[in-house]
Design a protein around this ligand. Sequence first.
Ligand code: ADP
Length: 382
Amino acid sequence: MIHYFSSNFKLGVLGGGQLGRMLLAETQKYDIYTLILDADKNAPCAQICNEFHQGSLMDFYTVYQFGKKVDVLTIEIEHVNIEALYKLQDEGVKVFPQPEVLEIIQHKGKQKDFFASNTIPTANYKRFTNLTSLKEKCQLPFVWKSAQFGYDGTGVKVVKTDADLSSLPDTDCIVEELVPFKNELAVIVARNENGDTKTYPVVEMEFHPEANQVEYVICPARIDSAVAEKARAIALKVAKNFNHVGLLAVEMFQTENDDILVNEVAPRTHNSGHYSIEASYTNQFEQHLRSVLNLPLGNTDSKVAGIMVNLVGAEGFTGDVVYRGMEDILEIDGVTPHIYGKKETRPFRKMGHVTIVDKDIDKARKIAERVKKTIKVESRKL
Ligand code: ADP
């Protein structure tokens, strides 16, 4: 029996980026001793966890040896060595989310197969292991996705022309039908070891047209309540069918006919839930802790409408970061910046976010635009 609220309990986290850093704010509330593993000695978590270990998340022995030091092991990024997690699980370490779930989610082909065999609605797709067979069997247009290691749109291409087709890399991939969607939505589900579940309200995501990164996350999504209920029910089904423990962020498309198609899932805290720090009764980071520690889950309702603006590095700037316009946005009611503690900025690198809360969602949306225009993430010198 593990006593989570005792001086001996140790929580390990694979990954020390901004998601880990925001989780650490919650482990401090619960006074939980934390160990973090990350390859970068300057990772956002390095200075603020109890023990920082530098090493590769993909290396078997590094992950195994790190995991042996903790009672519960969780992740903030899914690209980790799965064999080490299986061995740790066999040897009695609690690993949440479970390696069985991570193994499927790490691979977009396996993830889509899982949706198909569990009758989770998703865009039609085919799997390919090389470019030659893909070229023989696919008709333009389609969406190409690398099976592994894509993030924030880097492993995704909309293929419309023969030129697009010939620029594709020769790797394990999936090909999906191009979905004409009217909204991109997300639902975060929390599930603990007892099988208790809670879903957060549906959020709506607006994307940056060139960078393919989320620009605004809006909670609640401005959609019909019947569609929102359908989206929450589908997200819950995904988490239950995985037997997932922890948070599961389910990204979805709302089609022209108001059908919901699951795009992909992330087995962890997620960018689409950052608004919850200011807007919800229980923020996603506290909820993640509650779910991996098998504690009662907190209230997922919002207290106010919340909009999150990602702060990404401006184009043309690389190097030591400076955030311009911060004082101006701090004068506005309901505006809270979060800075991730990354020393260097690069174009489109996620450097922070700002949450805007207001009782009136339209007012919050207007302020969000003002925040977006006012803040610039630049470097001192070019
Ligand atoms: P990543 O894992 O890099 O976030 P996603 O699978 O979420 O990749 O795709 C990134 C973006 O590409 C989506 O948010 C969406 O805007 C677009 N996209 C992905 N799949 C499709 C599709 N089948 N049809 C239309 N657009 C898509």
